[in-house]
Write a protein that binds this ligand. Structure first.
Ligand SMILES: Cc1ncc(COP(=O)(O)O)c(C=O)c1O
Length: 394
């Protein structure tokens, strides 16, 4: 077997170098712990970047995948499949969004939502799409067209036309840019890659009012903030708004690739047969795993997230009081929180790794905290203690 260094060297030679990986090679993962090939075990406070909502190797997920694998892996969307249909029913019973399209990833959900919005726009004589600065929606051309951070786009244009990106939370800019030509507004209620920034209630109240006057679609990107992460199933539920379309992915398949586009009934007939499709979207294994995730979330996990999320917030504030020059602000909700630091967050990520905690930096100076949703108060205490030890060294 190759050693850690050999594997890293091969990766460097063979892969297009687009990722900044942590300098460890993983052997296995269970619950909220990850073990590397050198035998070190880490507390996972990243959860596969907000994917492993039930932790790693959850026994019910393994059992569901195993049972499904004995029956079949892939059939295609040419067939009716109980794994997909049961999953969709569970999602409906939680979300009450009556229409669903299953995908493989976040960016694929965004592409589909864009196509659905554009098609609705063409039926209603509306062309323009609005999105917000510092947003993140994915890596494909439609998603990138909704984003303004040059790091993701430089040199790769042209992007889609008739999309305007306006400042997040700017009431004036929203009033200026909404008109009868706007077909849809894409929004993250808490921006993940954008530094765990939340939208303001005033901004959302205005958005709701403007939708009444101008008739456009509100598309909620819940790919990172959804699936219970903020203590409610969707982050938009904190703001008293009902979107027309919702995009989901990340935690939806509990570690398998799965995404969804949810739509209100007035969009049910916008797409005609063959106007959208996917080979792997709604894969049976992913849906079997996703059904377990939905059962767990509707079976009381939201209460735990609210309780333990508040516990985490309190502990983070205690640390902020202890290190006021290093921690400038604490943002976010539940298990989607960010520590705004006075220095580059990736340096803290490196020290936390030495202290056996896996974490991640976003937006240069924000430590992103998106652990599995099943973490306990003991795990939080362990994380805070490692954070305390790590901050002392700055
Ligand atoms: C809010 C949001 N939307 C879309 C995406 C894209 O998802 P994917 O990487 O599965 O394409 C992400 C990924 O981080 C995200 O956080």
């Amino acid at each position: 077997m190759d050693t850690r260094n050999e594997l890293i060297q091969i990766e460097n030679e063979r892969f297009l170098q687009t990722y900044s990986r942590l300098p460890i090679v993983i052997e296995n993962a269970k619950g909220c712990r990850i073990t590397d090939k050198d035998g070190n075990t880490y507390l996972d406070f990243l959860g596969g970047i907000a994917v492993n909502v039930l932790g790693h190797s959850h026994p019910k997920i393994l059992q569901a995948i195993n049972t499904q694998a004995q029956r079949y892996l892939h059939l295609s969307n040419y067939f009716y499949q109980d794994a997909q249909i049961e999953f969709a029913e569970k999602l409906y019973s939680i979300t009450k969004f009556p229409k669903i399209f299953l995908t493989n990833s976040g960016t694929e959900s965004i592409e589909g939502a864009l196509k659905l919005s554009r098609k609705w726009g063409s039926l209603n004589n509306k062309k323009e799409i609005l999105a917000f600065s510092n947003g993140f929606h994915g890596r494909t051309y439609g998603a990138l067209s909704l984003m303004d951070n040059p790091i993701y786009k430089n040199g790769m244009g042209p992007f889609l036309e008739n999309i305007k990106i306006i400042p997040y939370n700017s009431i004036e800019s929203l009033m200026e840019n909404i008109n009868l030509d706007v077909a849809a507004v894409f929004i993250e209620f808490i921006q993940g890659e954008g530094g765990i920034s939340s939208v303001s209630q005033d901004f959302i109240n205005l958005l709701i009012e403007l939708r009444k006057q101008n008739n456009f679609l509100i598309v909620a990107d819940e790919i990172q903030a959804g699936m219970g992460r903020t203590g409610k199933f969707f982050s938009f539920e904190h703001f008293g708004i009902t979107p027309d379309i919702v995009t989901l992915s990340k935690g939806l398949g509990g570690g398998l690739p799965l995404g969804a586009i949810l739509a209100q009934s007035h969009l049910a007939n916008v797409w005609e047969k063959s106007q959208h499709g996917t080979t792997f979207g709604g894969n049976a294994l992913s849906c079997a795993a996703g059904s377990v995730v939905l059962d767990e979330i509707s079976g009381g996990l939201l209460n735990d997230i609210q309780e333990n999320g508040s516990y985490l917030t309190k502990k983070l504030h205690d640390l902020k009081n202890k290190f006021p020059k290093l921690i400038l602000e604490i943002r976010g909700l539940g298990f989607m929180q960010g520590l705004v630091l006075s220095f580059e967050a990736k340096k803290l990520v490196e020290v936390l790794l030495q202290n056996k905690v896996i974490s991640n930096a976003t937006h240069t100076n924000v430590l992103r905290i998106v652990p599995p949703l099943i973490i306990s108060k003991n795990d939080i205490d362990e994380f805070i203690s490692a954070l305390n030890t790590s901050l002392v060294s700055f």
